[in-house]
Design a protein. Structure first.
Length: 386
């Protein structure tokens, strides 16, 4: 019996690789003869780079870049096993986790460091990129990244603007001819499931600004600045970002990629599953086990369990989901061929206790799921009489 184990991380507890290892131990306890295949995955957010590099036998390179608030931080990018494709994780250089809650300043936060990561890879000769843009601390429209690539962006006095979304209201002109010419010879796959436009009630500032520390007044100022930036981009390039799908992703960096880079915005989970060649790996599988920290009505919007279950359903392979918690609306996943959704919490405990014992709880749940599934399979095939 072949069991494919393809989970995401349980944030705050275990990364995707550790989750897969815990599940595998449970499967082997229940069915020692099982042929297990671990394929830890991600949906384009934090941790996706590590997953893709590990899955393809690649390597990680680390360097000093400009952090979201202008300080120096250590960031990494991945080189996949083909030695041709680079994985850039925006959160590594410009992530919210790099800013303490007391120091959040979305008006000043810059994506400059993300640009430095990409530029370093360009200097190393790479031209094919997968960009994972989840988990950012920024709301600067991707201007910081463009500045890192040499773009000159001026105010009314013909002075270059500074860093952060708080500067966007000052933008008067921009000169795309100063952008690093090497970009035109590259390809960029942008892994993101955010469909929000750049501005307005559903735009980057209103929807994601508060998560990054923006007050109500900040949100209004950021949206006004973003609108001015979009006006200038339209005037200069003819590209209308204001209401463009996905332009509001990661504080507007999705729009910057669409306007100035040869890029293709794709579902994060689909990018990852295609890169690790999940469809081919599923061949001859008898069961798929996936999961992440929480499963609920939002899981169908590009989350890992949904993506994995869809691929398995196409091949008529049953899928089981394990999760730290199962919320309202999770049952809709049964329409994707999911035969079971299981919380790993099966006894009274605090959240802290659950997070400390995630590995053990995952192993035990995987043990129960596997034993139950293959016991049922054996009975149905007439191999066991009860």
């Amino acid at each position: 019996m072949k069991v494919v184990i393809a989970p995401d991380s349980f944030k705050g507890s275990l990364n995707a690789i550790e989750v897969a290892e815990s599940i595998e131990r449970g499967v082997r306890r229940a069915y020692p003869e099982a042929d297990t295949l671990k394929l830890p995955v991600g949906d384009g957010g934090e941790g996706t780079m590590d997953v893709l590099v590990a899955a393809t036998g690649g390597e990680i390179r680390t360097l000093e870049v400009t952090g979201p608030l202008g300080n120096s931080v250590e960031a990494s990018y991945g080189i996949m096993g083909d030695r041709e494709t680079c994985v850039i994780e925006m959160a590594s250089a410009s992530g919210l986790h790099l800013v303490s809650p007391d120091n959040m300043d979305v008006l000043k936060a810059t994506s400059y460091g993300t640009g430095e990561l990409i530029r370093h890879a360009l200097d190393e000769g790479f031209s094919c990129f997968v960009i994972c843009i989840g988990g950012s601390a920024t709301n600067d429209g991707g201007v910081g990244m463009l500045q890192a690539f040499g773009m000159k962006i001026y105010d009314e006095q013909n002075s270059e603007i500074g860093f952060g979304g708080g500067e966007l209201h000052r933008v008067k002109t921009l000169d795309p001819s100063t952008l690093d010419h090497r970009i035109s010879g590259c390809s960029f796959i942008i892994a993101s499931d955010v469909q929000n436009p750049l501005i307005g009630p559903e735009g980057a500032s209103h929807i994601f600004g508060p998560q990054k520390g923006a007050t109500e007044a900040d949100v209004a100022a950021l949206d006004k600045g973003m609108s001015n930036w979009a006006d200038c981009v339209l005037k200069t390039t003819g590209v209308k970002l204001h209401d463009r799908r996905g332009a509001g992703a990661a504080g507007g960096i999705g729009g910057a990629f669409q306007a100035f880079f040869p890029s293709d915005l794709q579902s994060g989970i689909d990018v990852v599953l295609d890169q690790i060649k999940l469809d081919a790996q599923l061949e001859s599988a008898d069961l798929v086990i996936t999961g992440e920290g929480r499963v609920d009505h939002q899981t169908i919007f590009g989350k890992t369990p949904m993506g994995v279950a869809q691929r398995a359903q196409r091949l008529d392979i049953p899928t089981v989901i394990v999760a730290g918690s199962v919320g309202e609306g999770a049952d809709i996943l049964h329409d994707l061929g999911v035969i079971g959704i299981h919380s790993i919490i099966n006894e009274p405990m605090t959240l802290e206790q659950a997070m400390e014992n995630t590995s053990r709880l995952l192993e035990n749940t995987a043990f129960q799921v596997t034993r139950s599934h293959f016991y049922k399979e054996t009975v149905e095939k007439g191999g066991l009489h009860v």
